[in-house]
Design a protein around this ligand. Structure first.
Ligand SMILES: CC(C)(COP(=O)(O)OP(=O)(O)OC[C@H]1O[C@@H](n2cnc3c(N)ncnc32)[C@H](O)[C@@H]1OP(=O)(O)O)[C@@H](O)C(=O)NCCC(=O)NCCS
Length: 300
């Protein structure tokens, strides 16, 4: 059996990884988002390792930093024909965890496509599943919008962003508290919302009287022309369960079409044993689950 060598990625090898990851995981890891992540300022290639077999790259893994100091996530553990390369997958994870030890970690989790051998390899290294993530897409040609609540829709501008960023922070509670913590707290989340707008994210707010009840956002042409990244639909806790989520979702779908999009894609989480309200809302509005991922955590 060929024995792979595991080593640090070389700078000129990074460019090919998104397509490799896509191919090795049958598209569960998508190339566009990965390419953006691997070229972002927060990505440190010293935490990225590859498996090499007879001169070809056949696997990889990366240790990435969360915005919160010393909080780390292992991602992109994958290999070409991984089921016949379990040993290389184990060697990659083992190398990544050695690297983690050098970073004074205070928190460690991983995220992986929900497929073998990755899930079992993580478990064999002491990781335990904590929640699932889904990639959900809408083919906008096949959706019809039904609204039953009257809300006043306004696009969020740079001027209204500071106020709306506070509403956003409120509207992710309590489901996304785990993520708010990973992002460094509520102020950091509000800041990120404002920065997102400057970088091309677009958001609609829905108001009833003077109160903003919900938000929905997207990044047009993110994946390719006509294919948006959907940032999700959020309703302020006190207004939930009254149809505003469905209404804001409907607004999002018609807005995306007006912006020339034919497909939108969101990543959202669910619990291990049941779907979260967001995933249910999305599936009820014509979204289809494309891929499933597992988040796992390891005690330090
Ligand atoms: C998801 C969310 C927007 C739903 O808003 P809402 O105003 O309560 O939703 P609606 O009253 O319009 O209900 C629409 C659908 O949402 C789902 N839903 C709403 N509340 C739910 C709950 N408590 N449990 C499970 N599903 C729920 C259901 O599918 C519901 O359809 P149904 O009434 O036919 O069962 C809201 O729970 C929220 O803001 N959650 C936090 C933000 C979030 O996770 N958004 C997705 C991020 S990607």
């Amino acid at each position: 059996m060929p024995q792979s060598i595991v080593r640090n990625v070389k700078p000129d090898e990074l460019g090919a990884l998104p397509k490799n990851l896509h191919d090795w995981t049958s598209g569960f890891i998508e190339a566009t988002g990965t390419a953006i992540a691997l070229t972002s300022d927060s990505f440190d290639p010293t935490g990225c390792f590859v498996a090499e077999d007879k001169g070809s790259i056949v696997g990889c893994v990366a240790v990435t930093s969360l915005p919160r100091k010393n909080w780390l996530v292992v991602r992109y553990l994958s290999a070409k024909r991984a089921l016949s390369r379990v040993y290389a997958v184990e060697k990659l994870l083992s190398r990544a965890l050695q690297y983690v030890e050098t970073k004074n970690p205070e928190f460690l989790r991983a995220t992986t496509p929900s497929m073998q051998p990755y899930v079992d390899v993580y478990k064999s290294f002491g990781f335990r599943p904590v929640r699932r993530d889904f990639r959900i897409t809408w083919d906008l040609a096949g959706t019809s919008e039904k609204e039953n609540k009257q809300v006043e829709i306004r696009e969020v501008t740079e001027k209204t962003a500071p106020e709306i960023s506070e509403v956003y922070v409120e509207s992710v509670r309590p489901y996304w508290d785990w993520r708010t913590e990973e992002q460094g707290g509520e102020e950091a989340v509000a800041q990120k919302f404002k920065e997102g707008l400057k970088k091309g994210e677009r958001w609609l707010s829905g108001s009833v009287g003077k109160s903003v009840v919900g938000l929905t956002g997207l990044i047009p042409d993110y994946y390719r022309t006509g294919e948006a990244r959907f940032r999700g639909t959020f309703v302020v806790p006190e207004y939930r369960g009254r149809g505003y989520g469905r209404t804001m979702m409907s607004q999002a779908l018609s807005w995306a079409k007006k912006l020339g999009q034919h497909k939108i894609t969101v990543y959202t989480f669910s619990y291990l044993e049941c779907l979260a309200p967001g995933a249910l809302l999305y599936m009820g509005s014509g979204g289809k689950i494309e891929s499933e991922y597992l988040q796992l955590q390891r005690a330090l």
